[in-house]
Ligand binder design. Structure first.
Ligand code: NAI
Length: 398
């Protein structure tokens, strides 16, 4: 396996939003980078975008012109897959399509050195399946950045069942050296963040569908009472309702149709209507110039009810992820604060609020609705029975 260090050559395949961001991160860390795309226009766009981003950094005094020029000079924009030969690490960030990715990986192996490590930035596909397209699957793993890659600190590192211990350690150490916060996640649908965050959207949509509150009120409750930077509907509009819907649908299917992840008709219709959010000028909110959006109903009691319900569902999901060893408790908490800017780690938050209170909220919902969607995690029940907490040593310290 390649020993990865600051002199390692990095190849990035796919120059879209993620690939161009990853190339920028690697070049900023001092690596020579080869950024490849099979679409010349996309490659050109990536190069123009990078010049703009670096210019802005210089304008804002965040780096010198010399540094910006150095970063740009270290990135080679490549239009032949063969140009990637000699790379120590290849990171794939092409379209989210299993067969296209498998096909690419089998080609990459023909170009790669014996020791090159191959990584995928997939958000939702099985790393084991992608690795299985290679003759040497032990060198394949998931390295999952968050959007925008240069700004978001979190990177999920996902070993497949086939991944060798060496490849995992080398890749993780390298990404750590880029100043990122890495957490190891099990190769399961949505890894950590895209699984644990599902109720932030799903439960907000359910509350809307039931007519308990409207869009601005739910967003207001999560921001004002919960301390989240963005409300669920603002965030869905930002991510794109099409993208958010596909992730939900994929997670639902991959979990063998567990009702906890059931997608929402409301979101499906928004996508079908082309109300994709900010990028379309219309989503849950109207982004047209001068458009007036409805004001929230700032009812404290209603706000607390909304926040408690969504938070209990998020904590339940985080607990189940811990129960099923998707990551460590610290990994799960770090993932949500560093990958999606949550104000607190969910397990730490559960300790603060009290496990019994969270369990009580879920039991009430399950009794009322009689739906499996609200079933409390076994681990939550166990901790409650033992009158424990997620971070018992913290209680001892106090
Ligand atoms: P994008 O659509 O912006 O870019 C994809 C790029 O790949 C395009 O430039 C396209 O020309 C190129 N491409 C497609 N097929 C190719 C092939 N066979 N060979 C070479 N280049 C090819 O997509 P985006 O958003 O950058 O996503 C890329 C990957 O990263 C996907 O797997 C996605 O699930 C994942 N991801 C996306 C995040 C996001 O928020 N957009 C966050 C984290 C992961």
């Amino acid at each position: 396996m390649s020993k990865l260090d600051k002199d390692s050559k990095i190849a990035v395949i796919g120059s879209g939003s993620m690939g161009s961001g990853i190339a920028q991160v690697a070049a900023t860390a001092g690596h020579d980078v080869c950024l490849f795309d099979n679409n010349a226009e996309a490659l050109d766009k990536a190069s123009q975008k990078l010049i703009k981003i670096l210019d802005r950094q210089v304008e804002k005094g965040r780096m010198t012109e010399k540094e910006a020029n150095g970063i740009f000079a270290r990135i080679e924009f490549c239009n032949q897959l063969e140009d990637l030969a000699g790379a120590d690490l290849m990171i794939e960030a092409i379209i989210e399509d299993l067969e296209v990715k498998r096909n690419l990986f089998s080609h990459l192996e023909l170009i790669a050195d014996e020791t090159t490590i191959l990584a995928t930035n997939t958000s939702s596909l099985s790393i084991a399946n992608i690795a299985a397209s290679c003759n040497k699957p032990g060198r394949v793993l998931g390295i999952h950045f968050f959007n925008p890659a240069p700004l978001m600190p979190l990177v999920e590192i996902i070993p497949a069942v086939q991944t060798s211990g060496d490849a995992l350690v080398e890749a993780r150490n390298l990404i750590d050296s880029w100043g990122k916060v890495t957490v190891i996640a099990k190769d399961t649908p949505g890894f950590i963040v895209n699984r644990v965050a599902r109720p932030f959207y799903g439960e907000a949509l359910r509350i809307l569908e039931e007519g308990i509150a409207d869009v601005p009120t739910i967003d207001w409750a999560m921001k004002e009472i919960g301390g989240f930077k963005m409300g669920p509907f603002e965030l869905m509009d930002y991510i794109g309702n099409d993208i958010n819907y596909v992730v939900t649908e994929t997670v639902f299917k991959e979990f063998f149709y567990d009702p906890r992840y059931k997608p929402s008709f409301t979101q499906k219709r928004m996508t079908e209507a082309g109300w994709l959010g900010r990028k379309a000028g219309r989503g849950y909110y109207d982004y047209a110039k001068g458009a007036e959006n409805p004001e929230p109903t700032k009812d404290e009691k209603l706000g607390v009810e909304i926040f408690n319900r969504i938070l209990a569902m998020l904590i339940n999901e985080a607990t189940d992820a811990l129960y099923l060893n998707i990551s460590s408790r610290e990994g799960i908490d770090l993932a949500m604060t560093k990958g999606v800017n949550y104000p607190k780690g969910l397990l730490k938050w559960a300790d603060e609020i009290g496990i019994d209170k969270i369990l009580g909220e879920l039991n009430t919902l399950q009794d009322l609705y009689g739906e499996d969607r609200y079933r409390p995690s076994v681990l939550l029940k166990k901790i409650s029975l033992n009158q424990g907490s997620f971070y018992p040593e913290k209680v001892m310290e106090n």
